[in-house]
Design a protein around this ligand. Structure first.
Ligand code: GLN
Length: 409
């Protein structure tokens, strides 16, 4: 069990895994694509498998080619000359990287602030490492009756300040945000940065959806704000950027005093990350600029988003229109289902959203994720109002899902 009493074996990804749902159910639940990485990236993976070196352990810091490629992409954005030996660490997915930061930095009882709803994995990763999660709400607009922007989910600066104690060690800033899709504004990040500096806190900038920002909205890296490089670790992911979530290749970028102990932890947890796919991720990052890959991909994702939001507009249910990431929160409080439906045990005893998502998956044929999982137990009732739909799927699949979802009415 997690320390808050939640059963470990019943994480939401296992309950709503496609393996538990009918084969013809369209998966808009766990966020992964139903299309392949780009050809040139896959080719690099094949080439890497054809070499001897790339089939063996890489340096625990990550393969040099990938660290160089990360530097190429991030140097101009961070306005730095990143040191590939000291300031970049390749990890087994962003998740392992974050876990290793917690292992390296958290002492028993250290508090870690996260905005709620939060990506559920943070809760386990923080508590496994002796940390105490502290939740600061992201407030949705009051009385939203239709479509509203993810930007309208707001932090109250006073609530954030009040959450800081002498035990606070770190704030997690996830932008673009899972599950809200919020892209934090420069002003919001400046407010968080000012508090981090005032109270000497580390910032974990989870930016794994950084290449998926829509409508001309600016993705601001908190590490670029004045005085913030020195206290920020930025998290990135090949899986999100190149439609390759199963590769488990991610990275951390930050000052040497954060990267060095995190490398020591990571080396003892996984030793190194899988080698051939690091080469593929490197090839991906090396060529994104000349291919204008992220620009093209973002436009495709915006189109995918609009298919699903078009359906929700028609249903007239309130939902959050995301400015980033590939998630839409749908307000399901008006969606009806029978109480005596044969729900599995894993879903009973959880929030109403768990039952609603199960019913929608089985009876309507589209899976989604209940959002109370992204809230602590005490606040789960706030999340019960929403189901999270992922739109990282091809256009035909999303059209088909929209057709089915019309039955929600
Ligand atoms: N980040 C992905 C999502 O939110 C996958 C999460 C997971 O499988 N743990 O859907």
């Amino acid at each position: 069990r997690l320390k808050d009493g939640r059963a470990l074996a019943e994480d939401v990804w296992s309950i709503y895994n496609v393996a538990n749902l009918p084969p013809d159910c369209i998966n808009l639940g766990q966020g992964y694509m139903n299309f392949a990485p780009p050809e040139w990236v896959k080719k690099a993976a094949e080439e890497a498998l054809g070499t001897v070196a790339a089939n063996h352990y890489s340096h625990p810091k990550g393969r040099m080619r990938l660290r160089q490629a990360i530097k190429k992409v991030y140097d101009p954005q961070l306005r730095r000359d990143l040191d590939v030996e000291r300031e970049i660490l390749v990890t087994s997915g962003a998740n392992e990287g974050q876990y290793s930061v917690f292992t390296a930095f958290l002492e028993q009882g250290d508090e870690v602030i996260m905005f709620e709803p939060f990506f559920d994995q943070y809760l386990a990763s923080v508590t496994f490492n002796g940390g105490v999660p502290i939740y600061v709400p992201l407030h949705p607009p009051a009385n939203a009756s239709g479509k509203f922007s993810s930007d309208e989910w707001k932090i109250n600066p006073e609530e954030l300040r009040a959450a800081i104690t002498p035990r606070t060690k770190m704030i997690i800033v996830n932008t673009p945000h899972n599950p809200v899709g919020k892209v934090f504004t420069r002003a919001e990040l400046e407010m968080i940065a000012a508090l981090a500096k005032e109270f000497n806190l580390l910032v974990m900038a989870d930016e794994v959806y950084d290449t998926l920002v829509f409508d001309g909205k600016e993705h601001v890296r908190i590490a670029t704000l004045p005085g913030m490089w020195d206290r920020t670790v930025t998290v990135g992911s090949a899986g999100k950027s190149f439609a390759a979530t199963g590769w488990r290749v991610g990275w951390l970028i930050g000052p040497e005093y954060i990267i060095r102990p995190t490398l020591a932890a990571s080396t003892r947890i996984v030793f190194c990350s899988n080698s051939p796919l690091q080469e593929a991720a490197a090839a991906g990052l090396e060529q994104v600029q000349e291919r204008r890959f992220f620009e093209t991909q973002t436009a495709q994702y915006a189109e995918r988003r609009d298919i699903l939001t078009g359906c929700f507009d028609m249903l007239g249910l309130p939902y959050t229109n995301p400015e980033g990431s590939y998630f839409i929160l749908l307000d399901i409080s008006r969606v009806k289902f029978p109480d005596d439906y044969p729900f599995p045990q894993s879903v009973l005893g959880r929030g109403r959203d768990f039952r609603a998502c199960w019913f929608i998956a089985i009876e309507i044929g589209v899976s989604s994720i209940p959002v109370s999982e992204f809230y602590c137990i005490e606040h789960a009732n706030i999340g019960e109002v929403y189901a999270r739909f992922s739109f990282c799927k091809d256009v035909d699949t999303l059209r088909q899902a929209s057709e089915r979802l019309k039955k929600l009415k």
